[in-house]
Design a protein around this ligand. Structure first.
Ligand SMILES: Cc1cc2nc3c(=O)[nH]c(=O)nc-3n(C[C@H](O)[C@H](O)[C@H](O)COP(=O)(O)OP(=O)(O)OC[C@H]3O[C@@H](n4cnc5c(N)ncnc54)[C@H](O)[C@@H]3O)c2cc1C
Length: 500
């Protein structure tokens, strides 16, 4: 029997655990122990239910996601796991009838113009008529159609920062008013540091293929429209929206993964303090004084937590891990009575560009975006604070963060009334920063691991922060260590019905 020790019970570690369980179900002689330092499993995926105790509604509740509130629909891993764990029918599309995004610019709110994909306009009239950009700014963006593509020296990795790419193709105004809040903000990353090759390699490829981002995105939009016409949802099938969540919040997925992998093999509330490589295996020392012996170890923690664990095993890996910077952030969710809030809630949220100098990076109207997030007659909003440009805010108390977010919602959106409740989720060093050189660091880590049988790393710090990427990274780690044992698994068999 091969025993795999998995350190970290976020979605990557759980993805690994569930994959080992599937290998065992397939008849391979393998098992796992997962060790998680927190009492709760799921890592950054955290959902809390707040009962509606204000107007006597029985059983009604708010569904508050503290970390991710969705995943990208086009990435198949979450759907596949949802199918395998029987929560696929609980997938929740966004309420696109109410889809609008506000952007704060020069102290005013503008709607994101229809047809903008990433940060490239693909429809002329909404772009020409929006007040979000100045005319010189629009002309500069339009020059993307004529600026020749960048030529990269033979053999050099195509990579540059988001800032340099957008400035080069579409101009500074597009960066400041659109790309930074939309793209940099989503990654909670500094556009001046963010590696495009590690985050959005498709943008670099599109430039090479089409010579223009606008041309590339117009082609992409047409393709999506054709696909929608060709494959309309079948009767009874849910609408396919850009983002997907779950009726019970994102933790529904990780809870289902815990159940499917087997809670009996999971130790929560204990920290892995060290990993020792010994003849023919590994010993993981835990904070409760016990040890777990295994034939392989998968480190599925944040990169900064993996660094001290891997240093005694391989200093190159540890040094590469210490080269991955992180930033801290917090989400502050606030519930209101709909009658008190006093604003038009028909929008998914607001983005606040850095140059507006606000404490709020963005806010989501959670109960508009996701049906069922607030009881009848109530609304739920969620603000983001922190990120690489405002780490100081993380020193504030929870009470102060609630006051900051509430007063930002008042001054930016005109929100009135008093919140019924607030929930603060802090993510200390929670967002890995994929800076220039990130892919070199990840390749080095993978190369070193390939030379150390029974060791693999997984998680959002390496090849994608999105939840589906993290699941796949956990699964790849299992394939790696099973490969070290010369065990090969079959592909997952999921129903042929539309996966995503
Ligand atoms: C505020 C926020 C919003 C986000 N929104 C989205 C979104 O909408 N969509 C999306 O796709 N992605 C989103 N992300 C990114 C995504 O949530 C993360 O990339 C992903 O959840 C990370 O999963 P993970 O398993 O790699 O790491 P984590 O969830 O961080 O799990 C690592 C686990 O390891 C444990 N651990 C660490 N050290 C030890 C140790 N020594 N011993 C034992 N256990 C240890 C930790 O306690 C933790 O539970 C968001 C992230 C944040 C912070």
């Amino acid at each position: 029997m091969k025993h795999i020790v998995i350190i970290g019970g976020g979605v990557a570690g759980l993805g690994a655990a569930f994959k080992v369980k599937r290998a065992a179900d397939e008849g391979h002689d393998v098992t796992f122990t997962l060790v998680e330092k927190d009492a709760r499993l799921g890592g950054k995926i955290a959902t809390e239910y707040v009962n509606d105790e204000w107007d006597g509604a029985d059983g009604a509740r708010f569904v508050v996601d503290g970390g991710p509130d969705c995943f990208l629909t086009e990435k198949p891993a979450c759907h596949r796991i949802a199918k395998l764990t029987d929560v696929f029918d609980d997938e929740l599309p966004t309420d696109d009838a109410r889809k609008r995004t506000h952007i704060l610019s020069r102290g005013r709110l503008y709607d994101l113009p229809d047809g903008v994909m990433m940060f490239a306009p693909t429809k002329f009239v909404p772009f020409a008529t929006t007040g979000l950009f100045s005319w010189p700014g629009k002309i500069r963006m339009g020059m993307d159609l004529f600026i020749p593509k960048k030529r990269w020296p033979e053999g050099e990795r195509m990579d540059e920062t988001l800032e340099s790419f957008v400035e080069r193709r579409m101009g500074r105004e597009c960066l400041d008013r659109l790309a930074e809040p939309l793209v940099g903000g989503v990654h909670a990353s500094d556009p001046a540091q963010m590696s495009l090759a590690a985050t959005f390699p498709r943008l670099l490829e599109m430039e090479q293929k089409y010579g223009s981002l606008m041309k590339a995105f117009i082609a992409a939009r047409k393709k999506v429209e054709e696909m929608r016409k060709k494959y309309p949802p079948k009767p009874g099938e849910k609408k396919r929206t850009f983002f997907t969540s779950f009726n019970g919040g994102m933790q529904e997925l990780t809870d289902a993964m815990v159940g499917a992998a087997g809670i009996e093999n999971i130790k929560s509330g204990v920290t892995a303090e060290s990993i020792d490589k010994r003849d023919g295996g590994w010993t993981v020392k835990l904070s409760d004084g016990s040890t777990v012996d295994g034939d392989a170890v998968i480190v599925a923690t944040e990169s900064w937590a993996a660094e001290p664990l891997t240093r005694p095993i391989d200093t190159d890996i540890a040094n590469a891990l210490s080269g991955i910077p992180t930033s801290s952030s917090a989400t502050v969710s606030v519930g209101f009575r709909e009658s008190d809030v006093g604003i038009d809630m028909n929008a998914f949220g607001v983005l606040c560009p850095l140059n507006e100098k606000r404490s709020l990076m963005a806010a989501t109207y959670s109960s508009t975006k996701w049906p069922g997030r607030a009881p009848e007659g109530k609304v739920l909003m969620r603000g983001f604070v922190g990120g690489p440009h405002n780490q100081a805010i993380m020193q504030e108390t929870d009470e102060s963060l609630v006051n900051i977010v509430t007063s930002e919602l008042r001054s930016i959106l005109g929100v009135k009334g008093e919140p019924l409740f607030a929930r603060v989720f802090r993510w200390h060093q929670g967002m890995p920063q994929y800076t220039i050189g990130h892919l070199d660091r990840v390749e080095l880590i993978e190369e070193r691991c390939s030379e150390i049988p029974g060791l693999a790393l997984a998680g959002g710090s390496y090849r994608g922060v999105g939840v589906p990427n993290c699941i796949e990274s956990g699964e790849r780690a299992v394939s790696k260590v099973l490969g070290d044992f010369k065990i090969e698994m079959a592909e997952d068999q999921v129903e042929e019905k539309r996966l995503y």
